[in-house]
Design a protein around this ligand. Structure first.
Ligand SMILES: *Cc1c(COP(=O)(O)O)cnc(C)c1O
Length: 229
């Protein structure tokens, strides 16, 4: 495992494949590794760390808070249960996987209790695979007016999981599809909001497909396996 070299490679790829490299964040997904390895990532300059389990992220975040390392941005990327929001609400930087209005309501409530605005992404199931979580675009549109009522969350952008395939055409279609949805949502809905805030983030691309995601405009790539090989 040569973390430093792997990071360097991915940062080079961001420069090479993204049309707008300065807008891209490398999110290190650390669900496979312990706090010593997260420390190594941090020492290599990685500040954005992603986990997919409520209790695990709480314990890891606590470990670093006790070491007075307080400039890690923690991201939640998994399927989030309402009763686990309390483990992350006080410090989470971004929740990537909001795919139900009931979940958004609970996040909003917990954010209010902490006196915070919590940033979220809306998860869309672009590929339409039944096994995948995430909104269909139609269902998202139905819920959207209620999202605009929730004042303690801020919707920063969209997230998707691509299907498990090596077929570049399928992957590209999914990533381009998410970008098109973002543009459409901004044009038809977000630009009319009183705060004028539009969607800027596209969380898409993992170890096996991040280059294509970058070409299609990803602003957050979520990388686990490739960092630790
Ligand atoms: C595990 C995970 C990743 C990272 O996947 P790798 O293939 O290991 O890079 C990205 N996003 C989500 C939602 C994950 O659960």
């Amino acid at each position: 495992m040569n973390i430093e070299k792997n990071i360097e490679q991915i940062l080079e790829d961001i420069e090479k494949y993204s049309p707008n490299p300065s807008a891209v964040k490398l999110l290190a997904v650390t669900k496979y590794v312990d706090t010593d390895t997260i420390q190594k990532l941090f020492d290599c300059g990685i500040k954005n760390i992603g986990e997919n389990k409520g209790q695990v992220i709480r314990d890891k975040a606590k470990y670093f808070a006790e070491k007075k390392i307080d400039d890690i941005c923690w991201h939640f990327i998994g399927s989030l249960q309402s009763n686990k929001i309390k483990y992350i609400s006080e410090y989470i930087s971004l929740i990537h996987s909001v795919n139900k209005i009931s979940l958004a309501r609970e996040i909003d409530k917990k954010a209010k209790e902490c006196g915070r605005i919590i940033s979220i992404l809306l998860e869309i199931n672009i590929s339409g695979e039944e096994s995948k979580e995430g909104y269909s675009y139609e269902n998202l549109l139905e819920d959207l007016p209620e999202y605009f009522e929730l004042k303690n969350i801020e919707i920063k952008g969209l997230m998707t999981m691509a299907p498990l395939t090596d077929d570049e055409n399928i992957l590209r279609k999914v990533f381009a599809g998410l970008r098109e949805k973002k543009d459409e949502l901004n044009k038809k809905y977000f630009s009319y909001q009183s705060d004028g805030k539009i969607l800027t983030e596209l969380s898409m691309g993992m170890s096996n497909d991040y280059k294509i995601a970058l070409e299609e405009g990803a602003t957050i790539i979520r990388i686990g396996t490739k960092l630790f090989e």
